[in-house]
Design a binder for this molecule. Structure first.
Ligand SMILES: Cc1cc2nc3c(=O)[nH]c(=O)nc-3n(C[C@H](O)[C@H](O)[C@H](O)COP(=O)(O)O)c2cc1C
Length: 307
């Protein structure tokens, strides 16, 4: 470390990260392909697109739409299935300049566990359990149901010694109850959060902006919603590490999440406008720390001043 430079390292429980920035799932492809266009060395970790046990075809076009503020997506978690993923991406993981996390989805706990086990064998550094997908049994998102979320995390916990993060949804009625359930089931941290349900319509064609009509809303406008989730969880479950995620486009946004209690902060939709944005955010974060005479980024975690 250069003299006068702030320490940018942080940790999620026992898991150390060299940067507080995380490249968010679904916005950096399989990570290995993103390496050529992005600045992976800016991130403490990068999360590969979610994968399931069998290939999922995804939804028909249109699946992405700009909405003026933020964006809508209804990809339907298109992916080649974990076996094809492991064969293609696995051998390239070791050459990446940052840790690559695998993101698991499934229709039941057993599928999540099989995916997690295969991702672990392929060489990922941690497992992110994406609970924002439909449960085969109820048709509802796992992340809306504390018992179902806990069951999935416990099943994943049972098949790997890797760190396990649980990615929750801001659409849940009571985020603290869900976070508590996954903590009890053995999650090492929670990721808060995923996209917010949204929709949009084209007034000329009168068609929905997404083929599935309702999709995930992301980008700048959702930041206060995710910040609220981070705040609620860190206030109510002290000691549970949180990755804050939603609407980050600048170092200022990152600092806000750290103050709210996040130990690391994800960058998602911002990659579509600028794949190299991580480098700028990290540079500006260093400048902020220097200007404020803060020695370590971790000093900001939960360092909000009360009224
Ligand atoms: C096009 C697109 C695809 C995404 N795919 C996934 C996914 O496969 N798994 C997942 O956990 N999150 C996925 N996300 C959600 C992001 O990781 C992130 O939680 C969300 O976009 C909020 O962050 P942002 O406002 O910085 O984009 C996706 C987001 C976008 C925009």
């Amino acid at each position: 470390m250069k003299r006068g430079m702030a320490d940018l390292g942080t940790s999620l429980g026992a898991y150390r990260l060299s940067s507080p920035l995380i490249a968010a799932c679904g916005t950096v492809g399989s990570v290995v392909d993103f390496a050529a266009v992005g600045r992976l060395d800016s991130y403490g970790a990068a999360v590969a697109k979610s994968v399931s046990g069998e290939p999922w075809p995804g939804r028909p076009a249109p699946r992405l739409a700009a909405t003026g503020a933020g964006m809508l997506n209804g990809i339907g978690i298109q992916n080649p299935g974990v076996d094809a993923w492991a064969a293609e991406v696995g051998p390239r993981l070791a050459g990446m300049p940052t840790d690559v996390w695998g993101s698991a989805v499934g229709k039941d706990a057993a599928e999540f566990a099989r995916v997690a086990e295969t991702l672990a064998r392929a060489g990922v550094a941690a497992i992110e359990v994406n609970l924002s997908c439909p449960n085969l049994e109820s048709g509802r998102m796992f992340a809306l149901d504390a018992a179902a979320s806990g069951e999935v995390v416990a099943a994943v916990r049972a098949v790997t010694n890797l760190p396990v993060g649980a990615k929750l949804t801001p659409n849940s009625e009571d985020i603290t109850t869900i976070a508590d359930a996954v903590a009890q089931a053995g999650a090492d941290w929670v990721v808060l959060g995923n996209t917010v349900w949204g929709a949009g319509f084209d007034i000329e064609t009168r068609k929905p902006l997404l083929s599935g009509v309702v999709g995930g809303y992301s980008g700048k406008p959702i930041k206060p919603i995710s910040l609220r989730c981070v705040w609620e969880v860190t206030q109510n479950i002290p000691g549970m590490p949180v990755v804050g995620l939603g609407g980050v486009t600048s170092a200022e946004d990152v600092v806000e999440y750290l103050l709210a209690g996040a130990a690391a902060v994800g960058v998602g939709s911002a990659h579509f406008a600028n794949p190299r944005i991580g480098a700028r955010i990290l540079r500006d974060l260093s400048r902020y720390l220097r200007r404020q005479q803060i020695g370590a980024v971790s000093d900001l975690i939960g360092a909000v001043e009360p009224w």
